[in-house]
Design a protein around this ligand. Structure first.
Ligand code: FES
Ligand code: FES
Length: 159
């Protein structure tokens, strides 16, 4: 079959664990994560690079998994929302989102947290305006924006 002839193996370090997955050369990283590797914490919103729901880290940098080919992750590190907590301990951003009501339906939240953590890694002292700008690619249909910024600011303040 055509698909079998073109399938390729991708080996990536996913949330700290080496994983090998078979994909087609055109498979988006988002589909590989959700459908082949069963990490469904990363959400599919628009599937067109418009909403940020699918944000993950590729070698520590935020990328849109719907616009990134899975083969791009071969030999690289991918972190999803499932890799942010440490055992039973939530990541500080996850705790802050809970404490500051940074979500309502929660659908955008994994992407928001992945973008926010990459932003704070790059610019730990980002101003509120820089946070709003840096997070502008992550849409929230519940419009939790002020609380999302408050949660990120709280994590900055706790450092
Ligand atoms: S699902 Fe990737 S940007 Fe919307
Ligand atoms: S919390 Fe519902 S889309 Fe953001």
């Amino acid at each position: 079959m055509y698909a079998e002839q073109t399938a390729v193996q991708v080996t990536l370090r996913l949330n700290g664990t080496l994983q090998t997955v078979e994909v087609e050369p055109w498979t988006p990283l988002l589909d590989a994560l959700r459908e082949r590797l069963h990490r469904t914490g990363t959400k599919k919103g628009c599937d067109h690079g418009q909403c940020g729901a699918c944000t993950v880290h590729l070698d520590g940098r935020a990328v849109l998994a719907c616009l990134t080919l899975a083969i791009r992750a071969d030999g690289h590190e991918v972190t999803t929302i499932e890799g942010m907590s440490r055992g039973d301990s939530l990541h500080p951003l996850q705790t802050a989102f809970v404490e500051h009501d940074g979500f309502q339906c929660g659908y955008c939240t994994p992407g928001q947290i992945m973008s926010a953590s990459a932003l704070l890694e790059e610019n730990p002292d980002a101003s509120a305006a820089e946070i709003r700008e840096g997070m502008s690619g992550n849409l929230c249909r519940c419009a939790a924006y002020p609380n999302i910024v408050a949660a990120i600011r709280a994590v900055q303040g706790a450092r």
